[in-house]
Design a protein around this ligand. Structure first.
Ligand code: BES
Ligand code: MN
Ligand code: ZN
Length: 487
């Protein structure tokens, strides 16, 4: 899509079939668009009245002008002191109305969040139609922003939106068509083009390296696993972050097999890995001065003659042993190895993303991730960054005294902790593998999938996490590992 700037509203609107006019409460049109709005006359005012449009956050109203350019005007409410995500969502609403439209214009870029406007619009144009015989028509070709040229904001929004859509594609791809080796190959090729270094560890290398968690989960599958490392090492860097993503390509539950209904969405159990790999691309394209390692264990969780059985004990990368009592609690097994490996690299901080527990979905619903960790300041920092980025999360505890729920006489821990607090006992296991590294864990079982088309979100894989990780890397590049504490 081509994105351009035009300084005046009449000029911009005359170039587009659809125009999005942003408003603050009291229907105060952004960027001095009041005169233009008035020129649309009583018909427009009537459309606003019918929709009870007051400029509040999330409100919109659609008006057919009867003309050609623009033939449609969409009023977009931003609410008081609009946040980046208010703008992103409004741009998404405009984007939905702009489907099949050749060009769209908008005043949303004047909100101070031009990057979010671009991001939201591009994200709203997403559709996954690779397997559909008659795909929907192509996306909008041009977005015209009213305002001064701001190529940097524009480019940042585009890079992030493209990374999100890349991650969504990977998540939405049927499991059959994304075996671990194929994902690794695709990422290796991309890495070469982006100046990233990718290393894929195969079964032999994993055995050699003592990655018993990944191998234990992969044991029931014919498709060999990979542990994929992607390094971004710019010449100057202010921090070193490790991002880890759960990459279960299909989660059948293993021998502790899931009921059929619960399996329907399990091709998306690699959304954590998708987010990390998407974020790595964007961070490289934006040339952020921060060193980042992405680690993604990639494997199916299947049944088969050699599958790990309840009661089996796995020895992980850091030497700790886990008794597997439920093979469906597999994410923590692959993350154990990946986190231990990440911690070995000596980062300043580590963040993992995983579609880890149904319990987290029960606690926080489908739109909000759980965030847990061993460093409250890091958790708070990521939560705030996520809010700006439009990725909601809420702090859950990792209670030390719950550790006894994992006790077993057979090994250092078992892989399940009983009926209650499943998101927390899962995090307690992960904590055993991060050592002293400041670490945050995002349980994205809910928001990794969006259940309906909504503003810039589309039903299916959401790409959740890409935006937070990129924004975190940007924040580290700007402020370093320990930002000045706000008093
Ligand atoms: N991938 C699932 C978690 C999940 C469930 C993600 C629903 C998205 C939607 C995970 O591997 C799993 O099966 N977790 C079990 C853990 C239990 C056996 C301790 C769960 O949550 O039921
Ligand atoms: Mn599972
Ligand atoms: Zn899983």
């Amino acid at each position: 899509m081509q994105i351009s700037f035009l300084p005046s509203l009449p000029a911009a609107s005359a170039s587009a079939g659809i125009l999005g006019l942003a408003a603050l409460p009291g229907v105060e049109w952004l960027g001095g668009a009041g005169e233009y709005a008035a020129s649309l006359g009583a018909g427009f005012r009537g459309a606003l009245d019918r929709a009870k449009f007051e400029g509040k956050r999330g409100q919109s109203a659609v008006y057919g002008t009867g003309g050609i350019r623009p033939h449609t005007v969409v009023a977009l409410g931003l609410g008081d002191e609009p946040s980046a995500d208010d703008v992103r969502q409004a741009a998404g609403i405009l984007g939905r109305h702009a489907w099949k439209e050749q060009a769209a214009a908008t005043t949303l870029g004047l909100s101070g969040h031009a990057d979010a406007a671009v991001e939201g619009f591009l994200m709203s144009q997403y559709s996954f139609d690779r397997y559909v015989s008659e795909p929907k028509p192509a996306q909008t070709e041009a977005l015209i922003l009213v305002g001064e040229d701001d190529p940097d904001a524009c480019e940042a929004g585009r890079v992030v939106a493209e990374a999100v859509c890349w991650a969504r594609d990977l998540v939405n791809t049927p499991s059959r068509d994304k075996p671990p080796a194929a994902i690794a190959r695709q990422v290796e090729q991309q890495a070469a083009a982006l100046g990233l270094r990718a290393v894929a560890h195969d079964r032999d290398a994993l055995a050699e390296g003592g990655f018993g968690g990944v191998l234990g989960v992969a044991a029931g599958s014919d498709r060999p696993p990979r542990l994929l490392e992607v390094w971004y090492e710019p010449e100057d860097s202010r921090a070193f972050a490790v991002f880890v993503g759960k990459g279960i390509i299909f989660d059948s539950g293993g021998l502790s097999i899931k009921p059929a209904g619960a399996m329907e969405t399990m091709k998306t159990d690699m959304a954590g890995a998708g987010a990390v790999l998407g974020a790595m691309q964007a961070i490289a394209r934006l040339r952020l001065p921060v060193k980042v390692l992405g680690v993604t264990p990639l494997t199916d969780n299947m049944i088969g003659p050699l599958a790990t059985k309840p009661g089996d004990v796995l020895k992980t990368r850091n030497g700790k042993t886990i008794e597997v009592l439920n093979t469906d609690a597999e994410g923590r097994l692959v993350l154990a190895d990946a986190l231990a490996y990440g911690a070995e690299q000596g980062p300043d901080l580590m963040v993992d993303l995983a579609t880890l527990t149904g319990a987290c979905k029960v606690a926080l619903g489908e739109k909000i991730a759980g965030i847990m960790g061993n460093d409250d300041r890091l958790v708070r920092r990521i939560t705030m960054i996520g809010r700006e980025a439009g990725e909601r999360m809420w702090h859950l505890p990792i209670p030390d005294d719950y550790r006894s729920l994992l006790d077993t006489p057979i090994a250092d821990m078992k892989n399940i902790g009983g009926r209650w607090g499943g998101a927390l006992t899962a995090a307690l296991i992960l904590k055993e593998f991060v050592g002293e590294v400041p670490w945050a864990h995002l349980d994205i079982a809910g928001p990794a999938r969006w259940t309906k088309d909504e503003h810039y979100q589309a039903k299916g894989g959401s790409g959740y996490g890409v935006r937070t990780l990129v924004a975190l890397a940007a924040d580290l590049a700007r402020h370093g590992v320990q930002p000045e504490r706000k008093v």
